[in-house]
Design a protein around this ligand. Structure first.
Ligand code: 5GP
Length: 210
């Protein structure tokens, strides 16, 4: 398989509470895509309605640290006292099979992906305002005030890191954000470095027929 036949690694990242999860589900509900979601591993306890293997692989700290030591994580971060990370092997397998793999991760992890996978497409999902972010974090009703305060502080630091991404998408409405991300994915496919090999092959065929 040629390098360029590998699938696209799409990283959706941004502060907690910005709506990454909602935007991601809207994206996956759009027609005509071939996206695969990479399920993360975490040491956080499952919330109500969360299912092991669907939202996350819920594991112990010990198991997570074993995976880190064994080099089995593409990236990981400690976020509000829990580990979150992307298992490497399934991502590699999907990319080798030509699939479009979507990660939904926080900013520290996205920095590691930037380092390890140069051709990944990094999309920063930004809140329309800090007030909107606060609204979203509190209305979710799942976290105590101290955790929300920590998440807001972290969000401010993370917004400063948006420059290392390829794209910024403001989550003003979920539909707008999902539409823009789909447009980015389509445009990325048309990038010269991803498509030029096909034209080289075409020229080689023409040369042989001379
Ligand atoms: P939550 O506890 O709300 O599900 O997630 C907390 C934060 O961890 C969110 O910003 C979420 O995007 C991020 N997160 C989820 N999975 C991963 C992962 O595999 N790696 C990293 N670095 N962050 C993740």
């Amino acid at each position: 398989m040629k390098l360029n036949d590998r699938g696209l690694l799409i990283v959706l990242s941004g502060p907690s509470g910005v709506g990454k999860g909602t935007v991601r589900s809207a994206l996956f509900q759009m027609k005509g895509h071939d996206l695969v979601y990479s399920v993360s591993m975490t040491t956080r306890k499952p919330r109500e309605n969360e299912v092991h293997g669907r939202e996350y692989y819920f594991v112990s700290r010990e198991k997570f640290e074993d995976c880190i030591r064994a080099g089995k994580m593409l990236e990981y971060a400690e976020f509000v006292n829990n580990y979150y990370g992307t298992p490497l092997e399934p991502v590699q397998e999907l990319l080798n099979a030509g699939k479009e793999v979507v990660l939904e991760i926080e900013v520290q992890g996205a920095t590691q992906v930037r380092e390890k996978m140069k051709d990944a497409v990094l999309i920063f999902i930004a809140p329309p305002s800090m007030d909107a972010l606060y609204e979203r974090l509190t209305s979710r009703g799942t976290e105590p005030p101290e955790i929300i305060r920590q998440r807001i502080e972290k969000a401010k630091r993370e917004i400063c890191l948006a420059y290392m991404y390829d794209y910024i998408v403001v989550n003003d409405t979920v539909e707008n954000a999902a539409d823009k991300i789909m447009a980015i994915i389509r445009a990325e496919h048309a990038r010269v470095e991803r498509t030029i090999h096909k034209y080289k092959e075409l020229l080689e065929v023409n040369d042989e027929s001379k």
